[in-house]
Design a protein around this ligand. Structure first.
Ligand code: RP5
Length: 161
């Protein structure tokens, strides 16, 4: 099975980015998570992105906060799909992260998710949906997850005071 890479700018991003990992784990998708910093380890970033396909990854989830250049710079060095996760920053609540990730120039794509935990979880879901294109077990798991979620909402019934 193709693997999914999860990278993040700092270990401080892990509480957010582990939501992507948990989603992938739920669907039985193999993943590897590591810190790769656009600013603190720029050479590692290039090496990681350029060798990701030969290492068996089919998609990359990249999370960063503040001046969040990691997803875009990874996308610049690979043709694999990159899902960018804006991590909530202390100073600006993640708006800086979001704008840093989402405003890519035409021709280099990053699929940008929501700020914080929901975005990271949805990045995991999207990456699982990529894997599901080639893997029937993951496809069935994604469909079952969506159905269970719908059933839960429908079962909530009328709300009373
Ligand atoms: C970014 O700077 C990281 O992605 C993180 O969100 C932010 C703060 O990093 P630390 O100072 O906590 O290592 O590069």
């Amino acid at each position: 099975m193709a693997k999914v890479a999860i990278v993040m700018g700092s270990t401080s991003d892990w509480p957010t980015m582990q939501n992507a990992a948990l989603m992938l784990k739920q669907f039985g998708v193999e993943f590897e998570a590591q810190v790769v910093s656009a600013h603190r380890t720029p050479n590692l970033l290039v090496e990681f992105a350029e060798t990701a396909e030969e290492k068996g990854f089919c998609a990359i989830i990249a999370g960063a906060g503040g001046a969040a250049h990691l997803p875009g710079m990874i996308a610049a060095h690979t043709h694999l799909p990159v899902f960018g996760c804006p991590v909530k920053s202390k100073a600006l609540n993640g708006l800086d992260s979001l704008l840093s990730i989402v405003q890519m120039p035409k021709g280099v794509a990053v699929g940008t998710l929501a700020i914080g935990e929901a975005g990271a979880a949805n990045a995991g879901l999207l990456a699982a949906q990529v894997v599901a294109l080639q893997d029937a077990d993951v496809r069935d798991a994604v469909i079952a997850f969506r159905k269970a979620q719908t059933d839960t909402v429908l079962a909530s019934g009328k709300l009373e005071l």
